[in-house]
Write a protein that binds this ligand. Structure first.
Ligand code: FE2
Length: 371
């Protein structure tokens, strides 16, 4: 039996999951409306001028375990403006839920992480929370959030927020993984960061022979924490005859950053039907994909017809199969997008779909003149 050393070694950074994902955006009020109406997130908490926050405004939205924070600046200058100016809208913070934020900061900075925020206790009438943070790739940061002594809607400083009209959840459950794009020859460096500084282990690696089409290529490694609740694949561009989608991202984002957030559902057909109805746009896969897919993946529980109609992709590994689909970028720049994933035993990432998927992305790149 293969005894994994990580199960024997004490995890110095126990993570209970992703606490929230914060995006810096140009207009948080309108972005909040989009995530409510198109994606079915429900309003949770707010801070802004009315709560005494004079420099920035934040809306917190939630669907099952997925929590998004949308933040905009209220004044010129400052870090949020600089971030938006450089990157456009995008993910600033991947916050991780921990039992001890001070210890998490100490353990990671002692192993070489650059501090973003020293442990800080926040308080209000609902109790106290401790947050701390470290830098990761690009201008992205990880916050460690300790909330065991807090009972408010989100964090101290936020008040409960209700929207004028109700949202209709689309069945999204939790964040399955979040992918970072880094520059040429930087993938190994960042995988080593997650291994050394955060105690993650490499689950799987794909080279440019796995992930290439006639024209473009990339490389990817998947890093996971000890209990598997937090998985970060890291991509870097690879040489091809035309421009890698990762390079296109890096060009428009002006550096490394979060490429996609994969969100899990228990019923991908219903979820994607709803999202499409709400106006979310997905990558298009040619119908010919479905001519041979069942020969590749074998028997599945679902009828093929609705999968084909919605363009949902299928892949199988030793442990089961998965269904997945990717949106077009959800911002004006061709940067961040979402993946919808339903796992039926499979623990992998859809390697069998890479070619069809990347050809679909190339068609989009071509339409943008960036292939
Ligand atoms: Fe993914």
């Amino acid at each position: 039996m293969n005894t994994n050393t990580s199960t024997n070694r004490k995890d110095f950074l126990p993570l209970m999951g992703t606490d929230f994902v914060e995006l810096y955006v140009g207009n948080a009020k309108q972005a909040a409306y989009y995530y409510q109406k198109a994606w079915g997130f429900e309003p949770v908490a707010y801070k802004g001028l009315e709560t005494g926050s004079k420099d920035s405004v934040s809306y917190v939205l939630q669907q099952d375990k997925i929590r998004l924070v949308l933040t905009s600046p209220l004044k010129p200058d400052g870090d949020i403006n600089a971030h938006i100016n450089r990157h456009g809208d995008g993910v600033k913070t991947i916050a991780l839920w921990v039992d001890d934020a001070a210890k998490s900061w100490k353990e990671t900075t002692a192993r070489g992480a650059k501090s973003y925020l020293e442990p800080k206790t926040l308080q209000d009438e609902n109790g106290e929370a401790v947050i701390s943070g470290i830098h990761t790739y690009g201008e992205t940061v990880h916050l460690f959030v300790e909330r065991k002594n807090y009972r408010g809607p989100f964090l101290p400083g936020y008040k409960k927020w209700t929207a004028p009209t109700a949202s209709k959840p689309v069945g999204l459950k939790y964040i399955d993984h979040m992918v970072g794009n880094v520059g040429w020859n930087e993938m190994n460096q960042w995988c080593e960061f997650y291994a050394k500084v955060m105690g993650f282990e490499q689950l799987v690696s794909f080279d440019d022979k796995d992930i290439s089409t006639e024209y473009t290529a990339l490389m990817s490694k998947v890093m996971s924490n000890g209990n598997g609740r937090v998985k970060f694949p890291i991509n870097e561009p690879a040489e091809g005859r035309k421009k890698s989608q990762i390079e296109e991202y890096i060009d428009f984002y002006n550096g490394a950053g979060v490429q996609h957030i994969a969100v899990a559902t228990d019923n991908i057909i219903e979820t994607v039907t709803q999202l499409k109805h709400n106006g979310v746009e997905f990558l298009y896969v040619p119908e010919s994909y479905y001519d041979t897919v069942l020969q590749r993946v074998g028997e599945i529980d679902e009828d093929l017809a609705p999968l084909k109609e919605l363009g949902i992709l299928i892949d199988r590994d030793d442990e089961g199969y998965l269904l997945q689909l990717f949106t077009k970028p959800v911002l004006d720049r061709p940067t961040m997008f979402f993946e919808i994933i339903q796992r039926k035993g499979a623990k992998s990432f859809g390697k069998g779909n890479f070619k069809a998927l990347f050809e679909a992305i190339e068609r989009e790149q071509e339409s943008r003149g960036t292939l």
